[in-house]
Design a protein around this ligand. Structure first.
Ligand code: SF4
Length: 456
C-alpha cells in the first residue's frame, strides 16, 4: 500500500485542512506514515504569515529534494498559503513562482484538493490508488476532517468557511484561499453531532472571518442561506449548536471574528446561549484610524470601542484578547502611541503581536512602502509586549480565590491541564482520572500566563 506524510505549518485552519486531506488520501487507499523519508507522497501544507514561515518550508523542501534524487517515484505536493491566486492554475510543470522548489510535482490551492488524485495520475499514470468521483465533490468542504489529531477527544476544531472577502492590505489569504465560501449548515451540524457522540465537549468553529459565515458574496449568489430571512447565518448556526448541549456539548468557541460583523444579534447570542463562553478574541490590529484605513480594516476605533462596550454590558466579566500588527507601512510614533493607549483602554487580557512583514502579492506589497526600520518595529513590539504582560497579569489575578470550571485537556500522572470558561490555562493536581471532564478548581496562584489551583 502506498503511504503519505503531511507536513503542516501555521494556523488551526491549516491543521483542519490537513485532516481533510487525510480523509481524502485514505479514501484513495493510501495510509499514513510517520517518517517522511519512507513516504510515497509528501504534502507540505504551508503558511505564509511571515517570511520566516516560508523560509522554513523552503529548507524542508530542500531536504526532500535530496531524498527525491534517490527515490524517483516520490510525489511532492505543496498547498496552503504559499500558493497564491496568481499561481493557482496548478501545474504539473511546476510553478514559475517556485524556482526554489526543484522537488515539487504539484502546486495546488487547498480548495482544489478534490482534483489531487487526477493530478497525481497525470504524473504517474500507473499509480496504484483507488478511483474517486471528483465530480461528486462540489467543493473541498464535502471531504470530512479526520479529527485524528484530537487524541484526547475532548475538544475539536471545525471549519465552517474558507477564504476571505475583506482584502486587508497586508494579508495574503484572499489570494491564497480565494473568496469567502461557507460550508452547508447541515454538514457542520452533522460533523459536530458525531464529535459530541465520541465525547467532545468543546468545539471551536474556525474560519478566516468566522462571524461572516453565510454573508460572503459567493454565499449570497448561491442563495444558500436565503431561508434565514432576518436571522444572521452565524447566529443561526450558534443556536443550532446550542441544542447539542443536551447531548453533552458544553462549550462552543469561534475564531477569528472580524469587528465589522460583530452584530447586536451575535452579541445577544453570546450572552444567552448555554454553550457560549465569556471569552472573545477580536483582532483590532491597530489603535489608530489612519493606520486601520491603510490596512483596509473596515471599522474605526470608535466602532470597535462600541462593540466592546456592548459586549461588556451583556457579559460583564468577559475576557477579551486581540491581534495587533506593529510597524505597518507608514506607522508614525504618534500612531503607535495611540495603539498603546487603546490597548490599555480596552483592557485586553492577551494579544498576539506581530511585527509587520511584507508578503508577496498583497496590496501593501504592491502599493505601499515597508518603511519602518526593523529596529523600530522591534522596539514597538517590546513596548507593546511590556504592556501586554502587565495587563495579562491583571487579567489572571482577577481569578485568585475564585472557583473556575476547567475542561481537562491533558493529564500527565497527577498533573492536570485545561482551560477555564474564560480561556485561561489552568493547572492543578489530582489522583483521579479527569481527562475530558469539566471540573471546578479553586485558583490559588496566578502566574504570568497560567492559573494554578486545587480541585474543589
Ligand atoms: S479579514 Fe483581513 S486579515 Fe483576516 S483573513 Fe481576511 S484579509 Fe486576511
Amino acid at each position: 500500500m502506498k503511504t503519505y506524510h503531511i507536513k503542516t505549518y501555521g494556523c488551526q485552519m491549516n491543521y483542519s485542512d490537513s485532516e481533510r486531506m487525510e480523509t481524502y488520501l485514505q479514501a484513495l487507499g493510501l495510509s499514513p506514515c510517520k517518517d517522511y523519508k519512507t513516504a510515497d507522497l509528501i504534502i507540505f501544507n504551508t503558511c505564509s504569515i511571515r517570511q520566516k514561515a516560508e523560509d522554513r518550508v523552503f529548507s524542508e523542501i530542500y531536504k526532500v529534494e535530496q531524498l527525491k534524487k534517490k527515490k524517483k517515484d516520490l510525489l511532492v505536493v505543496v498547498t496552503g498559503c504559499m500558493i497564491r491566486k496568481s499561481s493557482s492554475r496548478y501545474s504539473t510543470e511546476r510553478d514559475a513562482l517556485f524556482p526554489r522548489m526543484a522537488a515539487l510535482d504539484i502546486a495546488l490551492r487547498i480548495d482544489e484538493l478534490p482534483s489531487l488524485a487526477s493530478l497525481m495520475r497525470e504524473i504517474q499514470p500507473a499509480l496504484d490508488i483507488e478511483a474517486i468521483e471528483e465530480e461528486s465533490l462540489e467543493d473541498y468542504f464535502q471531504i470530512n476532517a479526520s479529527h485524528s489529531s484530537h487524541e484526547a477527544k475532548t475538544q475539536a476544531f471545525v471549519a465552517i468557511s474558507n477564504g476571505c472577502d475583506k482584502f486587508c492590505t497586508y494579508c495574503i489569504v484572499p489570494y491564497s484561499r480565494g473568496r469567502e465560501k461557507s460550508r452547508k449548515m447541515e454538514d457542520i451540524i452533522a460533523e459536530c453531532e458525531k464529535l459530541v457522540e465520541i465525547g467532545v465537549k468543546e468545539i471551536t468553529l474556525i474560519g478566516q472571518t468566522v462571524n461572516s459565515y453565510g454573508l460572503g458574496k459567493a454565499d449570497e449568489e448561491s442563495g444558500k442561506f436565503a431561508n434565514l430571512k432576518e436571522k444572521e447565518p452565524f447566529v443561526a448556526l450558534l443556536e443550532k449548536l446550542d441544542l447539542l448541549h443536551e447531548k453533552g456539548l458544553e462549550r462552543v468557541r469561534f475564531t477569528s471574528p472580524h469587528p465589522q460583523d460583530m452584530s447586536d444579534q451575535l452579541i445577544e447570542a453570546m450572552a444567552v446561549l448555554k454553550t457560549q463562553m465569556p471569552y472573545l478574541h477580536l483582532p483590532v490590529q491597530s489603535g489608530d484610524n489612519r493606520t486601520l484605513k491603510r490596512m483596509n480594516r473596515t471599522y474605526t476605533i470608535e466602532q470597535y470601542r462600541e462593540i466592546i462596550k456592548k459586549l461588556r454590558a451583556k457579559i460583564p466579566d468577559i475576557s477579551i484578547s486581540t491581534d495587533i500588527i506593529v510597524g505597518f507601512c507608514g506607522e508614525t510614533d504618534e500612531e503607535f502611541e495611540k495603539t498603546l493607549k487603546f490597548y490599555e483602554e480596552m483592557a485586553f487580557e492577551h494579544a498576539y503581536i506581530a511585527q509587520y512583514s511584507q508578503r508577496r502579492g498583497t496590496t501593501a506589497d504592491r502599493f505601499m512602502k515597508d518603511d519602518i526600520p526593523q529596529k523600530v518595529k522591534k522596539q514597538r513590539w517590546h513596548k507593546l509586549n511590556f504592556l501586554l504582560v502587565k495587563m495579562a497579569e491583571r487579567g489572571y489575578k482577577r481569578f485568585l480565590n475564585k472557583t473556575v470550571n476547567v475542561l481537562v485537556e491533558n493529564q500527565n500522572g497527577k498533573t492536570c491541564m485545561g482551560r477555564s470558561e474564560h480561556f485561561k490555562a489552568v493547572q492543578f493536581n489530582s489522583g483521579r482520572k479527569l481527562l475530558g471532564q469539566i471540573v471546578p478548581v479553586k485558583i490559588t496562584r496566578a502566574r504570568e500566563i497560567l492559573l494554578e489551583g486545587e480541585l474543589v
